[in-house]
Design a protein around this ligand. Sequence first.
Ligand code: AMP
Length: 256
Amino acid sequence: MGFVPTMGALHEGHLTLMRQARAECGSCVISIFVNPTQFGPTEDYNKYPRMEDRDLALAADAGVDVAFLPSVDTMYGNTSTTTISVGPIASMWEGALRPGHFEGVATVCAKLFHMVGAGTAYFGAKDYQQCLVIRRMVEDLAMPVRLRICETVRESDGLALSSRNAYLSEQERVAAPMLYKVLCEARDEIGNGRPVEEVLSLGIERLKACGFGVQYLAYVDADTLDPVSKPLRKGRLIVAAKLGSTRLIDNVDAGF
Ligand code: AMP
């Protein structure tokens, strides 16, 4: 069985995971659950887009066999206190900017895996650090779940599909593809031998010039997420930046 956990507001990125799960596993189960414990107190839990009827129709079209839509009460009741803390990989980058985020993600995924009985769980590389956090958890806790990480699905202009893209104003939507463009340029420049530090500060300047509030743009070891200063065989470029109040993340393979 293939399992695709989601928070709903489904788009082509989610649907691609579902089709792939169905094709590779023969059946596909999804969950739609906007998980309160992975949102910070000032984040968008309340305004996160919810559109269950539309999502269920799209999922059915993608060949999904079962959709699990638990309530917050079903997932946590009033007595639940156990959480999963994954360690260093969960406390850098996204984890540093969003304290408790990955604890929420790991805990809900562990619980969903148990409830659904996941055989192979599908995740998107769009949330690259999340993939590493889940991989670490599955390995450390010997969870009987296989993981499949699927490529990021993008708009034709390069913007990674995300439920949060719906928050962008018309003007912000025009600027948003710059995030991916800067990642690609940085990858090419590092590949051409330009010093990493220089490439990253230039990338940050480019993003700022387009109106982004840059939270990080980093060249990291693809397994540990530690920053690196020389081209690496398993390197990854990761970025988080805000356009207005909308926070976007993206990443590309930058191994040489
Ligand atoms: P979410 O609903 O945002 O929690 O995402 C559910 C799953 O879909 C996660 O594994 C995400 O990484 C994945 N996903 C989200 N956006 C994309 C995308 N543009 N391409 C591929 N996978 C994605």
